[in-house]
Design a protein around this ligand. Structure first.
Ligand code: SF4
Ligand code: SF4
Length: 70
């Protein structure tokens, strides 16, 4: 087992620049990212595994994969 603190990756959306196109939501294998009220995408941190698929699809490049300590 790993004794060091685990770092997990999570997607984070810059909501100011999101154009709500929904491309990210379509490719997320876990449905962890959704466009809320047609305004901006939001990530459900409890579902996201940080795979980065959404970030690669985003035409506006507003999704960042961040490392968070758990
Ligand atoms: S990083 Fe992967 S799991 Fe997380 S929201 Fe994006 S596509 Fe979904
Ligand atoms: S793909 Fe990018 S611009 Fe489109 S809804 Fe997702 S975060 Fe917003």
């Amino acid at each position: 087992m790993d004794s060091v603190k685990k770092k997990r990756r999570k997607a984070a959306v810059n909501q100011n620049d999101c154009v709500a196109c929904g491309c990210c939501a379509k490719v997320c294998p876990l449905s962890a990212i959704q466009v809320v009220k047609g305004v901006a995408a939001q990530v459900d941190g409890s579902k996201c595994v940080g795979c980065g698929k959404c970030a690669r699809e985003c035409p506006a490049s507003v999704i960042e994969i961040r490392e968070v300590e758990t």
